[in-house]
Design a protein around this ligand. Structure first.
Ligand code: FAD
Length: 547
């Protein structure tokens, strides 16, 4: 069966849409388009699937090229979609896998033009541009194109959209969703008496702790075919493709989720904010990649975590899940992930252009090649090059922090995150970068800019011990650049701190420094920023993204 399906796919994957497809269609036949990040039949209406519609997939070259993504991300998108197409075919659906030089909607446009009797259903795309393209298409083929709501999320975006403004914070949203879903609730009270156990979740990593390995999934023939395709088409795209070990089917992704619940969830909470050199994953789930393309549904992952907490008998006694871990994990998915999505729905398209601090510096070259003496930055970028992944605290407190402190245009950082990460789809990546981590929206999503000096990184990681710079030095060539850059930032952007009681203390602390100390901070910061090789993009493929 697999072989038939593969032959079937091979025959259609490179079939130019302009050539006749010779589909045998009856008047009123309905096709269902499934997009690259909607790869789960559970999310589609049962009545629609019962009619066994022709399921259409599109491989869009333009989508891959507008921002040439990390090689592993391209492999992941294409291979997962092909595996899913085969799974649909095996379940008895007729399947059409189209290839187009244009966008997804361009392929469908040609198909609808060629087959005037064909009607199409599509699910609301999660990304803005794909959504706009399909809206135009629906307008053009008025009456033949039907849109259904996107059911890959838990929160009702329409209900929460109007609340997204300054002052509305995650905590309020999260508590409402806890009540709505009943997750970790005892009646109308939070389990354990508290909504939030963050205080227990900021531990640094003990030296001897064992970090369970995540099994590598060897590429099968389909993935290998796609790896070769990406290597040939986009040899200069960002990232390494020497190894690819992500799951490409729902079954594989579910196995990884189960393993996370058994072996890493227990320590997820305590070490959520820790960083260890050479350990990209620590106790994180690495499930965003599968949640974001539909292989896994957010509800089922939350419920698996709650089940692991409630049914501890099935767990190894060394891996008992404490409440702070399961609550922390649920807050990431039910809270942050859903909140971020509602923010995107509420703030697009203006969210794309925000630059609250008016920063104009280009993205430093080290984001492209990890070529830096700063151990924390080198480790974070190396992880991204090798896996298209780094965990949250490296994204926030290392990569974004450095970008903020060096006055980098946040829109450039935004594009880098979008292309560089395997889990980056615009709806989730953009709010995290332009809302949360760079304060580019002026404080709608976050209450303060995420910036810190070297002490924070030293406390949470082992990087500083391996660094050429000295985290204890405050200014000068040997000092950790995060130190003086941080105080320089506090001084430059004192107004953005003033509204926030806790961090406005930092402005007071800066003001108490002596004039020579302040001058030394300024001199070190200006010299360091000028030394960054920010004007040249390393890879020609990305030069146009500089502005
Ligand atoms: P875990 O630490 O195991 O967390 C569990 C799950 O919670 C994740 O899989 C994810 O689905 C969800 N989650 C946690 N935090 C967030 C958040 N802030 N926003 C949305 N979901 C969250 N996440 C993406 O999925 N795609 C992105 O492109 C992305 N870009 C980011 C950029 C920046 C600058 C920052 C600060 C965060 C970004 N995040 C993004 C959020 C978060 O860092 C990742 O979801 C997480 O690191 C993914 O790894 P994991 O699956 O091991 O997560």
């Amino acid at each position: 069966m697999l072989e038939t399906a593969r032959l079937f796919l091979s025959a259609t994957a490179n079939h130019p849409i302009s050539a006749p497809l010779n589909l045998k269609l009856n008047s009123g036949d309905r096709a269902l388009l499934i997009l690259y990040d909607q790869l789960n039949l559970e999310a589609f209406p049962k009545e629609l699937l019962a009619q066994k519609p022709l399921i259409i997939f599109v491989e869009s070259r333009k989508y891959a090229m507008v921002i040439p993504h990390h090689k592993q991300k391209l492999v992941h998108i294409l291979s997962t979609q092909r595996h899913f197409a085969i799974a649909c075919h095996q379940q008895g659906f007729p399947v059409l896998n189209l290839f187009t030089e244009g966008f997804h909607a361009d392929a469908i446009d040609s198909l609808l033009a060629e087959y005037p009797h064909l009607a199409l259903t599509y699910m609301q795309p999660s990304e803005w541009d794909t959504r706009s393209q399909f809206e135009s298409l629906a307008h053009k083929f008025n009456g033949r194109v039907q849109k259904i709501a996107n059911s890959f999320f838990i929160a009702n975006a329409e209900k929460y959209k109007p609340k997204i403004k300054k002052g509305y914070r995650l905590e309020t949203f999260y508590r409402e969703l806890r009540k709505q879903t009943g997750y970790l609730m005892e009646g109308d009270k939070p389990m354990g008496g508290s909504w939030n156990y963050d205080k227990e979740n900021r531990k640094s990593l003990p030296k001897k702790i064992v970090i369970p390995e995540i099994p590598e999934i060897a590429p099968d023939a389909i993935t290998q075919e796609v790896i070769d395709l990406v290597k040939n088409y986009l040899p200069d795209a960002f990232g390494n493709l020497d190894r690819f070990s992500y799951a490409v089917t729902r079954e594989q992704a579910l196995d990884l989720a189960k393993l996370f619940m058994q072996s890493r969830l227990a320590n997820f909470g305590a070490y959520e904010d820790a960083i260890k050199t050479g350990e990209p994953f620590l106790f994180h789930s690495v499930l965003s990649v599968y949640l974001n393309n539909g292989l896994l549904m957010p509800q089922e992952i939350c419920e698996m975590a709650i089940a692991a907490y409630e049914d501890q008998n099935n767990l190894d006694q060394n891996n008992l899940v404490p409440l702070n871990s399961v609550e922390g994990f649920i807050r990431q998915i039910l809270g942050w992930r859903e909140y971020i999505r509602v923010y995107y729905e509420a703030q697009m398209p203006t969210a794309r252009t925000q630059n609250y601090f008016g920063f104009t510096n280009n993205l430093p070259q080290l984001y492209w090649n990890a070529d830096t003496d700063l151990a924390c930055m080198r480790d974070a970028v190396t992880n991204v090059l090798n896996y298209g992944y780094s965990h949250h605290i490296q994204r926030l407190m290392v990569l974004s922090n450095f970008s903020n402190l060096t006055n980098t245009d946040p829109r450039q950082l935004n594009r880098w995150f979008w292309l560089a990460y395997i889990d980056a789809y615009e709806w989730v990546e953009l709010p995290n970068v332009l809302g949360m981590s760079t304060f580019a929206d002026g404080g709608i999503l976050a209450s303060k800019p995420y910036v810190s000096g070297g002490n924070y990184i030293n406390k949470m990681s082992d990087c500083c011990a391996k660094c050429k710079y000295d985290v204890k030095e405050k200014v000068g060539d040997q000092a950790c650049p995060f130190n003086y850059l941080y105080w320089h930032f506090v001084d430059q952007h004192r107004d953005s701190f003033a509204e926030n009681g806790r961090v406005s203390l930092m402005v007071n602390t800066y003001d108490k420094k002596t004039d020579p100390d302040k001058q030394a901070i300024r001199d070190s910061a200006v010299k360091f920023i000028a030394s960054l090789d920010s004007d040249k993009m390393v890879q020609p493929l990305y030069r146009d993204l500089a502005r």
